[in-house]
Design a binder for this molecule. Structure first.
Ligand code: AMP
Length: 279
């Protein structure tokens, strides 16, 4: 696996991978890889000839009081996992390679980024959309794979790719979970043993609400019951538990397909997100 850190070398390496009309799949990540990331790499291998993974902890998608400095980083471990998973190229630029002095351009996907995680993290999705657009132009993949774990992010990237005519297929990969149902996340590493045990209440409450809504129960009441169960399970606060149109992310007060239950909650200093299909 090649590890590349500058744009000129990346362009040459991507040109070489594409020789003979070979296809390239991109899996963007922030590193601290777990089996969720690796499931994206496996999907990438199935759909393209070569897999490129990026690791870039993107400062512009973190708020001033968020965990940019504390975010777990272990490139050596990540690289070994990516070699085993069959990655051809690791694109790992430094911050000043991604954002050289004078960088001024930003992408905003209007409305889709305003609610849910966007409300709790102002500017977050502009940072995400901008860096993903840059990664698309840097790597020029045929396909890019994102996890359904970050449902709002996936909806925003799909819309951006459509609006800006990126000729890239955007694929969503199912959420990888631990045996107790907690979605795998690099941020789970922040949890103490007790918090980790309590965190299983989060997906359990969402699962119960999704089933209740699908069975015809009142949406507001089901969401309120989920919030109460998450707090009773040991979480300190809820950012949101909402039912949304799966594509437009419009908030739904009555169930209609395709719908997605979206949620974020805080336990100690850690903010966890999750979502489920309601069908
Ligand atoms: P991150 O490193 O957190 O930015 O995530 C990189 C990519 O992996 C994103 O597309 C995430 O949605 C995806 N991802 C993270 N956790 C999971 C998971 N548990 N299951 C599936 N995809 C995931």
């Amino acid at each position: 696996m090649q590890i590349i850190r500058d744009i000129a070398t990346l362009h040459r390496a991507i040109d070489a991978l594409k020789l003979g009309r070979k296809s390239v799949a991109l899996v963007p990540t922030m590193g601290a890889l777990h089996n969720g990331h690796l499931s994206l790499v496996r999907m990438a291998r199935r759909v393209a000839d070569h897999v490129v993974v990026s690791i870039f902890v993107n400062p512009t998608q973190f708020g001033p009081n968020e965990d940019f400095d504390a975010y777990p980083r272990d490139e050596g471990r990540d690289a070994a996992l990516l070699v085993d998973a069959g990655t051809a190229l690791l694109w790992a630029p430094a911050v000043d390679v991604m954002y050289p002095d004078g960088h001024r351009t930003h992408i905003e996907v209007a409305e889709l980024g305003a609610e849910y995680c966007g409300a709790a993290r102002p500017g977050h999705f502009d940072g995400v959309a901008t860096v993903v657009a840059k990664l698309f132009n840097q790597v020029r993949p045929d396909v890019a794979i994102f996890g359904e774990k970050d449902w709002q992010q996936l909806a925003i990237i799909r819309r951006m790719a459509r609006d800006l005519d990126f000729a890239i297929d955007i694929l969503g990969a199912p959420i990888a979970r631990d045996s107790d149902g907690l979605a795998l996340s690099s941020r789970n590493a922040y949890l103490t043993k007790d918090q980790r045990a309590a965190a299983a209440a989060f997906p359990a409450a969402l699962q119960a609400a999704a089933q209740a809504i699908a069975a015809g129960e009142d949406v507001e009441r089901s969401l309120a019951r989920a919030e109460a169960a998450i707090v009773a399970g040991g979480f300190d606060s809820i950012d949101y538990v909402a039912l949304a149109d799966a594509d437009s992310l419009e908030r739904l007060t009555e169930f209609r397909a395709p719908a997605r239950l979206l949620a974020a909650a805080r336990i100690g200093k850690t903010r966890l997100i999750d979502n489920l299909a309601v069908s």
